[in-house]
Design a protein around this ligand. Sequence first.
Ligand SMILES: [Zn+2]
Length: 375
Amino acid sequence: MGEPACRACHARTGHLVLDLGEQPACDYFPRCDDPGPDPVYPLQMWLCSSCGLAQLVADPTLPEEPRGTEPAALVAQAADAVGRVATAGLLPDGCRVAEYGSPHGGSWLGLLARRGLAPVHGGEPADVVLDCFGLMHSANQSEALAERVARVATGGVLLLQYHSLDTIIRCGQWNALRHGHYAYYSTTALAAMLAANGFSPRTAWRFDLYGGTVLLAARRDADMRTGPDGAVESLLAEDTRVGVRDPAVLGGLQRDALARANGLRDWLVAERSAGRAVLGYGAASRAVALLRRAGVDRGLLPAVVDASPAKQGLRMPGTDIPVVSPAQLAARQPDDVLLLLTDLLTEVRAAFPAVEAAGGRWVDAETVGSCPESG
Ligand SMILES: [Zn+2]
């Protein structure tokens, strides 16, 4: 295969920085009685040398997972974000808003309506054009961004929220890479993409969500009375410090992937040898690549608990591990519950106190078996 063309700037020079091999579509949860094998596709990240956008190589054009239970962390962050943007004076009462949502849910329109913003539909211009984890789902990044900026009314603002690439690098979040997520934005790369559309970042906010999520406010260059503020400058400086455009830095994700998968497998084998009962929690698409890379089957992890009724009776993609209901936590009384969604720790401890009451532990799959000093 030759070099791919950048999804944003169409350049053909870049580097393959992460290769997770053949993976199933991580939101293709087959029924338990479907014996498989599930279809698999290459899962690779490529870094454009020209604009700096990290992106998905293959495009099997797969459907997104159904909207499941919206995690409380996401709901709380949305409220926090809307409050901060309003405080900055960017959400005046009565202004029009257009939202480009994520297929995973998490609309801000309800929060914005309570502040007096009126939604517009059907491609009409808006004073606030909001994209919350939506843009990454577009295979054609240049076209998708052009569509959003075109809807920003004169004097209006474009709000883009993304899980930032510097976070993915700093936290070794190699499993952020998944089919259907075509772009992994650094503030640097997004600023270049905006510049190609005559827009510039004006200000930004950082949130702890997913280890580091950025909400960037951009304006048309003609509407910019001042340049980017300190928050934007600080994000760009952090990008430089981390090395978001350096293929060697991104290559560290490949080593992280191997270390996490080996760590998980070793831990599960040790648990089984010690006669400890383990259940997984969170049939998350993010967990699929980890379980596959670690070669985990139901012999090591008998089931994954998930609160979404839509996922029960299904199995984890690319494995024979069934998804079961939360009632199984009480029924099986596991010694350890392997949490496959780090963001949910506070939530699940509160929701299922019976686990710890019975002497069980919640164990974070992101850190299990890893050796923090080796990194
Ligand atoms: Zn590019």
